[in-house]
Design a protein around this ligand. Structure first.
Ligand SMILES: *Cc1c(COP(=O)(O)O)cnc(C)c1O
Length: 353
């Protein structure tokens, strides 16, 4: 087979959800964020596994993603849309029973007019300046909104992956000031917020990246493996070069494996000269530049060149690879390409340890 194989361990996703769920009190619900096609791993299979594990509420970025998750889950679970109720979303929100998290007075007016009685939540801005109503806007519509009985008041932390950051307590105070006494369930924490401790949990947490094995959830079980088949092996004489720009030069006789996978598959070009692949646990450095469909790897030190090399797995997590590429695990995950053969392990019911 010419394409790489991406193996996604759904039991590990389920185990990560359970582990994050166990960090908050029993009366705090743990949702699951499955936006961006389940962080690149497939929203349908991931959402089904999380539902098996016990998740009852899911978050997506846009209504179209919500429709796909509804397709996968069927009726029942609540699917919340972080971008709220955009013009043109009404039919999807109604037809697929989605719950928009309304971000502005304009969205609130649109929702109450287009779909009176249809569930909604409110997103408040506590300092990130990205989504949600700020204090004056919320003060202006608060009574009207509360009469219509929102199912959730939520906000999002800008620096939750830095536990000592002053933004965290400041946003916590701002969130309390905006929501105390409203009598509506509240949510502030994503993965990082869950790890900050109980005062950040409120009634519902919304982890995403931790479910998929990413930082800041250090105790996460790894979820993905990515094996890239060796297409060809070249033996180079000293002085010969590899790849575009001839940036890598053999000092001695060298053996270079060409593997299937490149920047078109999310293995971004910044990894050139920095990332390693693994052959049965033995690290093999990239040689030369990442190209669109191929990587070239120095395998001179191997006794035998295997049929495939692993770029993601227990030896190198998404965050390790991200560090080599100068980015974050989130970006590596969501960039994983459409050309890989995808193999799903488990169904969310296993993975109990
Ligand atoms: C993406 C997102 C989450 C999940 O964040 P993670 O850091 O992946 O856990 C939760 N809430 C909102 C509003 C988000 O945008």
């Amino acid at each position: 087979m010419g394409t790489g194989t991406l193996t996604i361990d759904l039991d590990a996703v389920a185990a990560n959800w359970r582990a994050l769920d166990a960090m908050s009190a029993a009366d705090c619900q743990t949702a699951a964020v499955v936006k961006a096609d389940g962080y690149g791993l497939g929203a349908g299979p991931v959402a089904r596994a999380l539902a098996e594990a016990g998740a009852r509420r899911f978050f997506v970025a846009v209504a179209e993603e919500g429709a796909a998750v509804r397709e996968a889950l069927g009726p029942g679970p609540e699917i919340c849309v972080l971008s709220g109720h955009m013009a043109g979303d009404t039919e999807l929100i109604r037809g697929r029973a989605l719950v928009p998290m309304l971000n502005s007075a304009e969205q609130l007016a649109r929702h109450l007019e287009a779909l009176p009685g249809h569930p909604f939540g409110i997103q408040l801005d506590t300092g990130m300046n990205r989504l949600g109503m700020k204090a004056p806007e919320w003060a202006a519509v608060r009574d009207l909104a509360l009469v219509a009985r929102p199912s959730l008041l939520m906000s999002h932390l800008a620096c939750a992956d830095e536990p000592g950051h002053a933004m965290n307590p400041a946003q916590l105070r701002a969130f309390r000031a905006l929501t105390d006494g409203c009598g509506v369930p509240r949510s502030l924490a994503a993965t990082g917020g869950v790890l900050l401790g109980p005062e950040y949990h409120f009634d519902l947490t919304r982890p995403g990246v931790g479910l998929y094995g990413g930082l800041p959830f250090e105790a996460a079980r790894p979820v993905v493996r990515l094996a890239l088949p060796v297409v060809q092996v070249h033996v180079l004489a000293a002085g010969e070069t590899v790849g575009y720009g001839a940036t890598w030069q053999a000092e001695d006789e060298a053996v270079i494996a060409t593997v299937s996978g490149g920047y078109a598959d999310g293995l971004i070009r910044r990894m050139s000269g920095r990332a390693v692949l693994f052959a049965d646990g033995i690290p093999c450095p990239l040689a030369g530049r990442v190209s669109m469909d191929l990587l070239t790897v120095d395998v001179t030190h191997l006794a035998e060149v295997p049929e495939a090399l692993e770029i993601l797995g227990p030896q190198q997590t998404v965050d390790d690879l991200a560090a080599a590429a100068g980015t974050i695990g989130y970006e590596i995950l969501t960039a994983l390409g459409a050309r890989y053969a995808r193999r799903y392990l488990g169904d969310g019911r296993g993975g109990v340890r």
